[in-house]
Design a protein around this ligand. Structure first.
Ligand SMILES: NC(=O)c1ccc[n+]([C@@H]2O[C@H](COP(=O)([O-])OP(=O)(O)OC[C@H]3O[C@@H](n4cnc5c(N)ncnc54)[C@H](OP(=O)(O)O)[C@@H]3O)[C@@H](O)[C@H]2O)c1
Length: 319
């Protein structure tokens, strides 16, 4: 940590490590660089170095599942963000990347003479297994049916224990479905005519725009409380059918067909239905969202695609 004098005052330059510097990590790194911090972004290969360097992130190569590679990283770090992703692997990959990866990080960072001042982990709202459409907050039970989500519950526990044992202050963010430039699972399926309305389409979907997630991570680095959990989701969880209807009306494109529950997604187990609440994030940390609902966020994305000439779907005829 270095104190620098800029303009009319001093500010602290943090040395930040982003573990798993992908879709969210690059946007986060770019924001932290803009705020004057020194940012290192970690991936398993050097392939993405140009993308990272272009926004001022220093690329480093290491695999979170390999402790010997973590030990080679040029620490110490003031802030560490773990936003590594198993890139949709199965339960074994989840165990290796999330659970063992986090254990490796805890062991490595706690052994440092200067452990991080803050550690933020991007967990998932999939840890809530509720299926009745009820509102859930951070204190709600986390008993998911799916094995991969149970791995995330275990991973969170490792970090809460690290915080309780005062190894370093770890903060957990439970992140909803991320969308933004070029992302958004159901939206992209819809554009490709691959979306299905599950059952009656009543299942609630919880979303957050990537840029608001970046804001939440930066806020948690600055003022998140050790061992605490915060949901990161927009203000308006929405039934799948209402989301699709809005897209249909906005784009002038047919509604997708109906399908049996789970058929549209390929998921047989672990289909949840809940309204994730963001009150704690807003009340405790004063986090403000640029895209408080999907209409704001997807309007921006649709305009971006349109301007780039990428909104080239053809209206399909109906029998
Ligand atoms: N997508 C969602 O809707 C969603 C919802 C809730 C929570 N989250 C969480 O949000 C976080 C950010 O997601 P994202 O969309 O930014 O993921 P992403 O784009 O897939 O990026 C993940 C990054 O991790 C790197 N990586 C993968 N395995 C690694 C390993 N073993 N060691 C080091 N780096 C590794 C990948 O690069 P290489 O492959 O080059 O190593 C990639 O750059 C993740 O923690 C994810 O679980 C996502």
């Amino acid at each position: 940590m270095i104190e620098e004098f800029v303009g009319r005052g001093y500010y602290w330059v943090m040395r930040v490590l982003i573990v798993g510097c992908g879709y969210v990590g690059v946007a986060l790194g770019a924001e932290l660089v803009k705020q004057g911090h020194e940012v290192l972004g970690m991936r398993r290969s050097a392939e993405g170095e140009t993308e990272l360097s272009a926004v001022g992130i220093k690329p480093v190569v290491a695999d979170v599942t390999k402790p010997e590679e973590l030990a080679q990283l040029p620490g110490p770090f003031d802030w560490v963000v773990n936003c590594v992703s198993s890139t949709k692997g199965g339960v074994e990959e989840y165990r290796a990347v999330y659970l063992q990866g986090t254990r490796n990080l805890v062991e490595w960072l706690a052994a440092s003479p200067t452990p991080p001042k803050k550690f933020v982990y991007t967990s998932s709202t999939s840890v809530y297994g509720q299926t009745d459409g009820s509102p859930v907050k951070e204190s709600s039970p986390t008993e998911p049916a799916s094995e991969t989500s149970r791995v995330l519950v275990e991973t969170e526990r490792v970090l809460v224990e690290a915080a309780q044992q005062r190894k370093f202050p770890a903060v957990i963010l439970r992140v909803a479905g991320i969308y933004g430039p070029e992302r958004g699972h159901l939206f992209l399926q819809y554009l490709k005519n691959e979306a299905k309305i599950e059952g009656q389409g009543e299942r609630i979907i919880n979303m957050v725009h990537r840029d608001d997630l970046v804001t939440a991570i930066v806020t948690a680095l600055k003022s998140g409380r050790a061992g605490e959990v915060y949901n990161v989701v927009d203000d308006e969880p929405i039934a799948q059918i209402h989301f699709l209807r809005w897209l249909s009306e906005t784009l002038g494109k047919w509604m997708p067909p109906f399908a049996a529950e789970g058929e549209g997604t390929g998921r047989k187990r672990g289909i949840t239905n809940k309204k994730v609440q963001n009150r704690k994030l807003k009340m405790e940390m004063g986090c403000q969202f640029k895209y408080p609902n999907f209409r704001k966020g997807y309007t921006a994305e649709i305009q971006r695609l349109d301007q780039a000439g990428k909104l080239d779907f053809k209206p399909e005829p109906r029998e």
